[in-house]
Design a protein around this ligand. Structure first.
Ligand SMILES: [Fe+2]
Ligand SMILES: [Fe+2]
Length: 134
């Protein structure tokens, strides 16, 4: 799936990172479509997981700094997805294709970007409007 500007939440750094995650996802999708060997898919997947960890940490730090009241719940949703990602990665040992994983992750991510992340933006818009683009 490709990035679409309607996915933007209005905080530049976060939008750039979300875009990057879509690029990682697209790379995996292409690898699956081309039937690249499992070790290539696995490598791309670990790159996605690493970048995802980085992005979630940045987001959590931001929510901490702005004092977002829902930050604990948001953080829990993040740890949950990392656990699921790790589980799916382990599952690749039996079924060495990133196919299911990509679909699952894409749904989660889209949902998170379009919903979960938008909830904290409402708060930031009110408390720290300077963080948002005009
Ligand atoms: Fe995010
Ligand atoms: Fe998030």
């Amino acid at each position: 799936m490709k990035w679409n500007n309607s996915f933007a939440i209005g905080i530049e750094t976060i939008d750039e990172q979300h875009k990057k995650i879509f690029e990682h996802l697209l790379a995996i999708e292409n690898a699956v479509a081309k039937r690249d060997p499992w070790h290539i898919q696995r490598f791309l997947l670990s790159q996605l997981a690493d970048y995802m960890k980085f992005h979630l940490a940045v987001e959590e730090a931001l929510l901490e700094i702005v004092g977002y009241p829902g930050r604990l719940g948001h953080k829990e949703a993040h740890s949950h997805i990392l656990e699921q990602l790790a589980e799916l990665e382990r599952g690749m040992k039996e079924n060495p294709s990133a196919d299911n994983l990509v679909r699952f992750f894409e749904n989660w991510f889209l949902n998170h970007v379009l919903q979960g992340d938008r909830e904290y933006v409402v708060y930031i818009r009110k408390e720290m409007p300077a963080l948002l683009r005009a």
